[in-house]
Ligand binder design. Structure first.
Ligand code: G3P
Ligand code: CA
Length: 281
């Protein structure tokens, strides 16, 4: 091959990558993120494929999901440590086998609880494993994955990291937890995957500095209860170059307030409402 042809070849490949970018939807971390809490969980049963499908359809940047583990240690996508609230079963997730979890109906409760959003297709929705979620969406969406109760879900950090690596989702995943210990453990194993420290009652005012300094050693930001922060806190977080993702912001009034304060992510059960707010503002 002549030098000229080689240069032409390289240019052609470069042009192709510009015209057909990789399927990765990784989002720069300096962008305001739309994060669908448990999927579009205001409109469909939380933590089900249909809820994640809807979030993707509604253009969420990230789907937020929580992890528990089954009896055999498989990573299960569920908020509570017991199955009562969101399925027709009983007992702890930890005490149920994957087969037993797969027999549960994770959709009918939603139709009863929220008749205004009920749909026949939700009846019999399955509880997904994390691997099934990765298999379904791959790199077509970003994931904000919360490690729940690491003391109940032993080894969850390593299992999560292994799956993220298997599906090559390092650049499309944020890992978050209320457990500082768990986040530090994850960070030690893989410092490249960004972390968010969840804090339900953040220290405000002058006390914020020390807490935020500590977080900054291993995380890129904080996920905080929107009812327990103020404008000054958001300012302090931003001034440090940390991200701030308050939860759970469902009304347009709250969206306006949080945006005015300068948050860098909105965690919502209603990504459609957030889209509508963004369109109008
Ligand atoms: O993303 C933050 C939020 O999910 C934490 O609270 O209880 O909904 O998991 P929770
Ligand atoms: Ca969560």
């Amino acid at each position: 091959m002549t030098k000229k042809n080689m240069i032409l070849g390289v240019c052609f490949i470069l042009a192709l990558t510009l015209i057909f970018p990789s399927p990765s939807s990784a989002i720069p971390l300096n962008q305001m993120l739309k994060i669908a809490h448990r999927g579009a969980s205001g409109l469909a049963p939380e933590h089900t494929m249909v809820s994640f499908d809807l979030a993707k359809k509604m253009d969420a940047d990230y789907i937020e999901l929580d992890l528990q583990t089954s009896k055999e240690g498989t990573l299960i996508v569920m908020h509570d440590s017991t199955v009562e609230r969101t399925t027709d079963g009983t007992g702890s997730v930890n005490n149920l086998t994957l087969k037993q979890i797969k027999e549960l109906d994770a959709g009918s409760w939603f139709n009863k609880e929220y008749p205004e959003h009920a749909r026949d297709e939700y009846i019999g929705a399955k509880v997904p494993t994390l691997e099934e979620v990765f298999q379904r969406f791959g790199q077509s969406i970003n994931y904000c994955i919360e490690i729940k109760e690491p003391e109940l879900n032993q080894g969850v950090e390593k299992k999560l990291l292994d799956l993220i690596r298997t599906y090559k989702l390092e650049e499309q995943t944020i890992v978050q937890s209320f457990s500082e210990k768990s986040l530090k453990k994850f960070h030690q194993m893989e410092p490249e995957v960004p972390l968010i420290q969840l804090i339900s009652r953040p220290n405000l005012g002058r006390k914020a500095k020390k807490q935020l300094e500590a977080v900054q050693a291993y995380a890129i930001g904080v996920g905080v209860n929107m009812n327990r922060i103020n404008e000054d806190y958001v300012k302090q977080v931003n001034e440090r170059g940390l991200r701030i993702h308050p939860y759970t912001i469902n009304s347009k009034e709250d969206m306006s307030r949080m945006m005015d304060w300068g948050v860098t992510g909105i965690i919502t059960n209603f990504p459609d409402r957030l889209n509508s707010w963004l369109k109008d503002n």
